[in-house]
Write a protein that binds this ligand. Structure first.
Ligand code: VG1
Ligand code: CO
Length: 580
């Protein structure tokens, strides 16, 4: 093949958000749009991470992925990359990409130094929906802000990119290596099975035999919803082939380019079929729900865990995994190096860290901040309220890992009881946890696609109000006389303890005397307008009061949040788009 130089002009708005660049497919389909971003990324990397390097290209299989793989492959060849690794049919979950960067070794002994992950995660897919791309680094984690800032600045000045137009398209449905010869030597496209490397890694972390016994118990029942995302490529192989679950326990596990028209976000609103099956939906059936249910998002880095008629909040989930990891999961047998959560995630994990005397970190939203801590050996388990849980086995959150972690905890708690009358259930585990550590009532209100200017003004007003807490407290007393006082308020700022870098404006916080918190943030993953997120949290230590309906317990604080922020006034919305 040969290399050609194409003239191009910058596009506005190619700034990577919380997790890469996400736009409508039609935006990505504009000539040069994807190429500009890819070349800007190559230009932001040190030369040896491009020339002669091995790069992974794959994603959740959403619409436009197959075109994107071909374009990126031709650009990689033209930029002197030595080989490109592609999951069969362009499918690799985000955690699998991270695992492959860290673990997979080419025939000549080389490893990948980075990856283009093609996903817009939990955003819908299809010709009129979202596409996305992000770059992950040599450690398997998302590019840090220093790199994404450089990529963005390159997109603003780009004038040309390199591409090998005459490199033939590679059939990515067929496993195998194709070698081409270019001006600088050979170039390989290696298409491999999407699941093998990832399964191998999972087997080094968990005790598959004990999970298998749990699944085989007649008292236990299991179901998993892939929401037609890439998780399906792993679910059958792991849950059915390896662990012996029945095929009928898998829902929506065929990956589709448009996620079957659904919204591949594992929460109580969008994972409707699973929610119904678990007895938490509106439609009641007389079939007894399974003991355990879970779902993953489009790129399978998020997870939702449910018990029979019982929802586990993601903030509780990470705290419970941390509290039980050492006994239940072989990978952690020698102890946890530390734990971390994102700032808006509830403080359930903080209480566990304190009780177990573990190092603890609070980082801004987005997985990239956990990576530095893990690379420095300071953190083993981490999570976000947004259905993200993971560990230092890779540098991304990991939906299937979280399911296996919960199954491991259930297997451990029931190890002497599998033939008994009644198993320890998901609900039992959570109630027990609240009994020991107290409960953090928690909810998040999302206002999607609101006017961007209005959203900015709302946030600016919340910052302005922070200058007088006495005025704020006067207002709060008028709204809800029994809510405790705000004792401090700020915009969250994070100084990375490893590299000293500082990230500012990471969310507006109001912290109350009784430990309650209100947090306001603008989303960095949407593709149109702005999304306002309000995070509402209240701590209850008294074990006689941890069994309330979350909605009732939080209702005064929710009222304060909505009125304090004047959300209806600013946005015209009388209700949020999604409540989780
Ligand atoms: C959201 C979540 C955040 C998560 C991010 C990426 O970001 O709040 O916790 O890390 O999505 O998740 P934002 O900026 O919209 O609040 V995923 O599954 O898109 O990789
Ligand atoms: Co995701």
């Amino acid at each position: 093949f040969t290399v050609s130089k194409k003239d191009t002009k910058p596009f506005d708005g190619q700034k990577p958000g919380t997790s890469g660049l996400r736009k409508k497919v039609t935006v990505f389909q504009q000539p040069h749009y994807l190429a500009n971003f890819v070349q800007s990324t190559f230009n932001a990397l040190p030369a040896d991470r491009v020339k002669g390097a091995t790069i992974v290209v794959s994603g959740d299989g959403r619409y436009f992925s197959k075109d994107a793989v071909q374009i990126i492959t031709k650009m990689a060849a033209a930029n002197g990359v030595r080989r490109v690794w592609v999951g069969q049919d362009s499918l690799l979950s985000t955690p699998a990409v991270s695992a492959i960067i860290r673990e997979r070794i080419a025939a000549d002994g080389s490893k990948a130094t980075g990856a283009f992950i093609l996903t817009a995660s939990h955003n819908p897919g299809g010709p009129t929906e979202d596409f996305g791309i992000k770059y992950n680094m040599e450690n398997g984690g998302p590019a840090p802000e220093s790199v994404t800032d450089k990529i963005f600045s390159n997109t603003k000045t780009i004038t040309e990119y390199l591409i090998s137009d005459d490199l033939p398209d590679v059939d990515i449905s067929v496993i195998g290596v194709t070698t081409f010869s270019g001006p600088e030597g050979p170039f390989d496209v290696d298409v491999f099975d999407s699941a093998t490397d990832y399964i191998k890694l999972m087997k080094t972390i968990f005790d598959f035999e004990s999970i298998k016994k749990l699944l085989a118990s007649p008292k236990f029942s299991f179901c998993f919803d892939g929401l037609h995302g890439v998780a399906g490529a792993y679910a059958k192989r792991i849950f059915v082939d390896e662990l012996g679950a029945s095929e009928s326990s898998l829902l929506n596990c065929l990956p589709k380019e448009d996620f079957g028209g659904g919204h591949p976000d594992p929460n109580l609103t969008y994972a409707k079929e699973l929610v119904d099956r678990m007895g938490l939906g509106k439609s009641t059936s007389n079939v007894e729900p399974p003991e355990f249910g879970a779902a993953a998002d489009g790129d399978a880095d998020r997870n939702m865990v449910l018990g029979k008629r019982f929802f586990v909040t993601p903030s509780d989930s990470v705290a419970i995994i941390a509290a039980n990891a050492v006994q239940s999961i072989p990978y952690f047998a020698s102890g946890l190096k530390g734990v971390a959560r994102s700032m808006p995630t509830s403080a359930a994990l903080d209480v566990v860290a304190k009780n177990l005397n573990l190092k603890f970190f609070e980082v801004p939203t987005g997985w990239k901040f956990f990576g530095n801590l893990m690379d420095a050996g300071m953190c083993s388990v981490c999570g976000e309220e947004s259905f993200g849980t993971g560990s230092d086995h890779i540098r991304e959150k990991d939906g299937i890992w979280a399911v296996l972690a919960w199954l491991s905890i259930l297997a451990y708690k029931n190890k002497d009881n599998l033939g008994g009358d009644k198993l320890v259930t998901v609900e039992d585990i959570v109630l027990q946890h609240w009994g020991t550590y107290g409960r953090h009532y928690y909810t998040r209100y999302d206002y999607e696609n609101v006017d961007a200017e209005a959203a900015k003004e709302l946030m600016a007003n919340l910052v302005k109000m922070q200058s007088s807490l006495s005025d704020v407290n006067k207002l709060i007393k008028e709204i809800q006389p029994h809510v405790s006082d705000v004792v401090s308020a700020d915009e969250f700022e994070y100084k990375d303890p490893v590299d000293g870098s500082v990230s500012k404006h990471q969310g507006i916080r109001y912290l109350f005397g009784d430990g309650s918190r209100l947090v306001f943030r603008l989303s960095g993953t949407g593709s149109v307008g702005a999304t306002i997120r309000i995070y509402i949290e209240q701590y209850e230590k008294d074990s006689s009061k941890t069994g309330r309906e979350s909605k009732d317990a939080l209702s005064p604080l929710v009222d304060v949040a909505l009125k304090l922020s004047k959300i209806q006034e600013y946005t015209g919305r009388s209700a949020p788009t999604v409540i989780t």
